[in-house]
Design a protein around this ligand. Structure first.
Ligand code: SIN
Length: 293
């Protein structure tokens, strides 16, 4: 955390990270929230885009109950490991993110590799508005998760780049996970203009705040619809170089019992790689969202 200004709100403290995005909430047990506290928490989340809660003790039922306060849940995304039956250990609305193997099979998705900058499940027509990630086991080093403020990234976008994306739509490929694994049942993409997925405006308007942000999904196999592929690649490279700047970002170093909730409509995230022989186990819920406009 940076040099925080602490603000008391409804029985908890909001401690901004000091970076371009995020705040820690201090003083709450997420298993016991009354309606007034939750309403204040939701406002803090809309303001800071990412909230961190340390020292939580959450069963899967507790995690789902907390996430459901924000709205109905989406089912977990398809991953390359679904064939192993790994997700059967938990519930369909919880996505296990882990590199741990049991009986030679992964218990979750994404392994130990770096996960590229992305926003969750933007390859569906109505991507989840938020994701909640809870840490059960954390490696001694690595596996940090970074967040980028895509409102600030749009505000700081050079005018020539902004002019090139005004009114444009991007195709968000559904074939690969953020760690570059082909999803179960997907075919390798050889032509980005034919990649499966969903098409969304490159500048979207937040349905609750009315604020605009850059909405780019992930870099892999993106295509600016209707644009020559070489031009689209050059434009996307320039946009990603801009929004991946540290000035828009904050990095979280996990401890066991941490819970993060982020706004997928206005924030991107990525994860550092970590030692594959260490254990990292996270449970994630995703909260249904609107069609981006
Ligand atoms: C994700 O939700 O993209 C994974 C983040 C992480 O493993 O830290």
């Amino acid at each position: 955390m940076g040099d925080p200004a602490t603000v008391a709100e409804s029985g908890f403290d909001v401690v901004p990270t000091g970076a371009a995005i995020g705040a820690e909430i201090v003083g709450l047990d997420l298993r016991a929230l009354d309606d007034a506290t939750f309403a204040a928490l939701r406002q803090a989340w809309l303001k800071h885009q990412v909230l961190l809660f340390r020292g939580q003790t959450m069963s899967d039922d507790d995690l789902v109950a907390f996430a459901q306060r924000f709205g109905p849940l989406d089912r977990a995304p398809a991953s390359e490991y679904d064939a192993s039956g790994s997700q059967e250990k938990s519930r369909p609305d919880i996505w296990i993110i882990s590199n741990v193997l049991e009986d030679g099979k992964p218990i979750g998705a994404l392994g130990a590799d770096e996960a590229e900058w992305h926003t969750d499940m933007s390859y569906v027509d109505a991507p989840p508005m938020a994701s909640v990630l809870y840490s059960l086991e954390i490696p001694p080093t690595g596996g940090d998760t970074s967040f980028a403020n895509m409102v600030a990234a749009l505000e700081a976008l050079p005018a020539d780049l902004r002019a090139q994306i005004e009114g444009k739509t991007l195709n968000h490929d559904s074939s690969y996970t953020s760690t570059g694994q082909l999803r179960k049942g997907a075919d390798p993409v050889t032509d980005v203009t034919q990649a499966p997925g969903a098409r969304h405006p490159m500048i979207r308007t937040h349905p609750e705040s009315g604020v605009q942000s850059l909405y780019l999904g992930r870099r892999r196999n993106g295509w600016v619809v209707g644009m020559d592929v070489a031009q689209s690649e050059a434009l996307l490279d320039a946009l990603w170089a801009h929004c991946a700047s540290p000035r828009f970002a904050w990095t979280h170093q996990w401890r066991t019992g941490d819970l993060l909730i982020w706004d997928n409509r206005s924030a991107n995230h990525r994860r550092d790689a970590f030692d594959a022989s260490a254990r990292r186990v996270m449970h994630r819920c995703q909260i249904k969202g609107d069609v981006p406009r």
